[in-house]
Design a protein around this ligand. Structure first.
Ligand code: ZN
Length: 509
């Protein structure tokens, strides 16, 4: 089984990435080294009731790549407000400090992926994890990534919510007082000095901004995380230290002790690891609409509606609308959102739609290393497969940005690269009627139409899109059905029903 071996190789690479802290962000993927004290055991978001996600995006622009997702909790409006303010402050800082890349003149041209020698546009990306959830406390860790030019750096902030006092807190709100912060800084300096000369302990100050990401490992030890370049050179990436339970206990406020209890797990309750990617992917069927074969697009006037960036708060409503019109669609899901809402992926599968891979956290893949690209795709494959019991066969690169490296890695993972040839520009518009007008006027037989199910106005526009295109004789199918019985082939790039892209042709010998 050569294919399985290749897949296993990529999976091993991805597991190594997740484990060594370069990219330690996936719920359930952490912890091949359980004794590493600075690893936080993140909560599986699908187990948290009242959890939703908010998405902010500048859409698939060429000039600046912005994608922000953060959670909200039904019972914690003050937490939601603090998260919203925190991400907006960081986004504003990024926007003010960057100059948009020169537009190609057609910012939505999916063919304008990366070009050798040209730097990708400035990028800002926020993803989230739950550091702890209990009836007493909730911890939300935000990871801010930003690039200008060739360098990528990350910052981490953890916001806490005390369910007893109903207050949202910065991380230093877990500490008793200013004296506790001074003591914490001194203890951290000692810990960093023990690591050897690569860190710079003298840069540690008792500044709340420096101690803005406090959490706990499963043993209840206090984990202090720093931003890239804060206490050492960029090459170190995430630097974190853990303080013993006894040390932490003398520093924590009542809220801090509640947060610590929320994160501490009895040894027996440690969550079982999910099945290995090999077992999941080799044992499960390839994903396809359950209604594949019911329409012959060589004869029928077919169109493929595609909805990106979800699943999110509007996806359930969209599924209701599609069901009312007997329409099927392809959903390019973020792995991080799929992890939070597996029930929505199950609805997609049960209702004849197709769930596909839109990477874990919506980074521009053309700015990433092969190991990072594989990690983004593999973790998402795993999450979707876990939800629907089928292995996705399609991926869409965020911002439409792809190159021969991305296509090649996708191919190795059994994925076809799907872009689009009708851009509705839905995310820039709050007016459902305008979105519907553009979609209907630009539709052609065989089109792959780009829409976003995280955008409320797009969902509002969908009934009219379906009504008007149905009146024009269109049938709504999933993407592979556009290509007849052979479907979409792994390692190829598709922009429309009839053409594989120029990029693909360049990639072929
Ligand atoms: Zn997207």
């Amino acid at each position: 089984m050569p294919k399985a071996r290749v897949l296993g190789g990529i999976a091993l690479i991805a597991a190594a990435v997740a484990g060594c802290g370069i990219n330690s962000t996936s719920p359930g993927v952490e912890g091949p080294i359980p004794s590493e004290p600075t690893l936080i055991d993140y909560v599986d978001p699908s187990q948290v009731s009242g959890l939703s996600t908010q998405t902010m995006s500048e859409g698939d622009l060429d000039t600046r790549h912005v994608h922000v997702v953060y959670p909200s909790l039904a019972d914690a409006p003050l937490l939601n407000e603090k998260l919203r303010r925190t991400v907006n402050e960081e986004l504003n800082r990024f926007t003010e400090s960057t100059v948009p890349a020169r537009s190609t003149g057609n910012p939505r041209d999916p063919g304008s992926g990366s070009v050798a020698g040209v730097l990708p546009p400035p990028e800002f990306n926020v993803e989230w994890q739950l550091s702890a959830v209990s009836p007493e406390a909730v911890g939300v860790r935000l990871r801010f990534g930003a690039s200008t030019g060739s360098s990528w750096s990350e910052a981490r902030t953890t916001i806490w919510y005390d369910r007893t006092s109903k207050r949202a807190l910065d991380s230093t709100g877990l500490l008793k007082d200013k004296a506790a912060l001074n003591t914490l800084a001194a203890l951290v300096r000692v810990k960093l000095a023990q690591r050897g000369p690569e860190t710079n302990p003298s840069s540690v100050r008792p500044d709340p901004k420096m101690f803005d990401s406090l959490g706990f490992n499963p043993r209840g030890e206090l984990v202090v995380e720093f931003d890239d370049r804060q206490v050492g050179p960029e090459s170190l990436g995430r630097v974190a230290v853990a303080l013993s339970h006894a040390q932490a206990d003398t520093l924590l406020s009542a809220s801090g002790l509640r947060a610590q209890r929320a994160a501490t797990k009895p040894a027996a309750a440690a969550s079982a690891p999910k099945e290995s990617i090999d077992a999941e992917n080799t044992a499960k069927p390839r994903a396809a609409s359950s209604l594949t074969g019911s329409v012959d697009c060589a004869k029928a006037k077919c169109v493929a509606l595609t909805y990106d960036d979800g699943p999110g708060p509007e996806t359930g409503r969209l599924l209701d609308i599609l069901a009312d019109h007997n329409a099927r669609a392809t959903f390019f899901c973020l792995g991080s959102n799929a992890a939070a809402h597996p029930e929505l992926l199950q609805r997609m599968r049960n209702e004849g739609h197709l769930a596909a891979n839109h990477t874990w956290s919506h980074r521009d893949l053309t700015a990433m290393s092969p190991i990072e690209i594989a990690d983004q795709l593999v973790r998402t494959q795993r999450e979707i497969t876990h939800a629907i019991g089928q292995v996705p066969t399609l991926m869409r690169p965020p911002y439409g940005a792809t190159d021969t490296q991305v296509t090649s890695i996708a191919g190795t993972l059994g994925l076809a690269v799907i872009r689009w040839n009708v851009d509705t520009q839905d995310e820039r518009d709050a007016d459902p009627r305008a979105i519907a007008d553009r979609t209907v006027s630009r539709a052609v037989p065989g089109a792959i139409i780009l829409l976003h199910d995280v955008h409320g106005a797009t969902v509002d526009a969908t009934p009219e899109i379906l009504r008007r295109l149905t009146a024009e004789g269109y049938t709504f199918v999933t993407v592979p059905e556009l290509y007849g019985a052979r479907g979409a082939l792994a390692g190829r790039t598709y922009d429309s029903a009839s053409t594989s892209s120029a990029l693909h042709r360049q990639a072929m010998p």
